[in-house]
Design a protein around this ligand. Structure first.
Ligand SMILES: [Zn+2]
Length: 329
């Protein structure tokens, strides 16, 4: 189809005339027409080539336009909207999106259902008329997905287990080939049992950051990990920064260069661009990873988070939580 074809031109004019009476002027025809009119002139003498290029460009432009309309529409839906907003606004790492297809089918299904909020939370069971109330069986608050995965005060032990699984994995990765003069202190029972993970010769404190790295020059890197629901990633960072502000100043006053790195991994494994950069900074405080190795590291963190959240979610159907071993990939 080309603009030059007189029959096509005639039909199009008729169709546009008819549709001009409609109140909603966004049919494929009107969009296609507006798109073709708005495209820049194509410089080619060959009419076939010109037509082919024009149709190709129109198709792309129309696809983008409808994609945008759908995304805007979905952003406003209460059920699916929240996650899609995050998907677009926090610059979700491309790697995370592609990684989902590599997960075991059951785990991938869990993540996809969590994105469109079709997991059997008590709120959904009520919507599906399979339950009479939406209360959490453990704490009586409204049981949404965020409640099960992150906010139930009766599930803190499960969340700690998930958090520590990720923390141990990060330590395992950065410890590979660690120089002898670098020490890592980790706030996990069994790994470290003192009052603070900050050595006393660096600063006296009773705070226990999740990870403290001290190199032979006395440079200190403090890492605090949070596994929030994806929509709370920004708030989690602010909270942790405030909590350690005083400690960071004390360490500086004692003559040690110090870095505070707060890392937020979404409970469904999302690592946004800002956190990907912070993870790289953390690893580089000890050694230089190559790009492939670093990509694999992030994929594994996502896997650990997603598998742990899968276990956290389905354990809601059990009366008792018997802590499984930490997830070790
Ligand atoms: Zn609860």
């Amino acid at each position: 189809m080309t603009k030059a074809d007189s029959t096509v031109k005639h039909c199009l004019a008729n169709k546009l005339d008819r549709e001009s009476q409609w109140t909603r002027k966004n049919s494929i025809t009107t969009v296609a027409h507006e798109t073709m009119e708005s495209l820049p002139a194509i410089e080619s003498e060959d009419p076939h080539k010109k037509a082919k290029t024009l149709v190709g460009k129109s198709k792309d432009s129309i696809k983008d336009s409808f994609q945008k309309k759908w995304t805007d529409h979905l952003k406003n839906l209460t059920v699916q909207g929240q996650f899609i907003r995050i998907w677009h606004t926090v610059e979700a790492d491309i790697q995370w999106k592609s990684l989902l297809s590599q997960l075991p089918p059951r785990i991938m299904q869990f993540v996809l259902n969590s994105i469109i909020d079709t997991l059997p939370t008590n709120c959904n069971l009520v919507r599906w008329k399979k339950r009479s109330n939406s209360k959490c069986d453990k704490c009586s608050n409204k049981e949404t997905l965020m409640h099960v995965l992150n906010n139930c005060l009766e599930s803190l032990e499960k969340y700690t287990w998930r958090h520590n699984s990720i923390l141990l994995y990060i330590k395992k990765f950065i410890s590979k080939g660690l120089p002898d003069n670098v020490k890592i202190y980790l706030d996990i029972p069994g790994e470290f049992n003192g009052i603070s993970t900050v050595p006393v010769d660096i600063a006296i404190t009773n705070q226990k950051p999740d990870m403290v790295i001290v190199d032979n020059a006395g440079k200190v890197t403090i890492m605090e990990l949070t596994v929030p629901f994806e929509s709370n990633i920004v708030h989690a960072e602010e909270r942790k920064r405030q909590r350690y502000e005083q400690l960071v100043n004390n360490i500086k006053d004692n003559g040690h260069p110090v870095d505070l790195i707060t890392i937020e991994i979404g409970s469904r494994g999302l690592i946004c661009k800002a956190n990907s950069d912070k993870l790289l900074k953390l690893v580089k405080s000890v050694r230089k990873p190559n790009a492939k190795e670093f990509r694999a590291f992030k994929s594994d963190i996502t896997k650990v988070a997603v598998i742990a959240s899968y276990i956290v979610f389905y354990s809601k159907f059990e009366n008792q939580w018997s802590k499984p071993p930490y997830i070790n990939l």
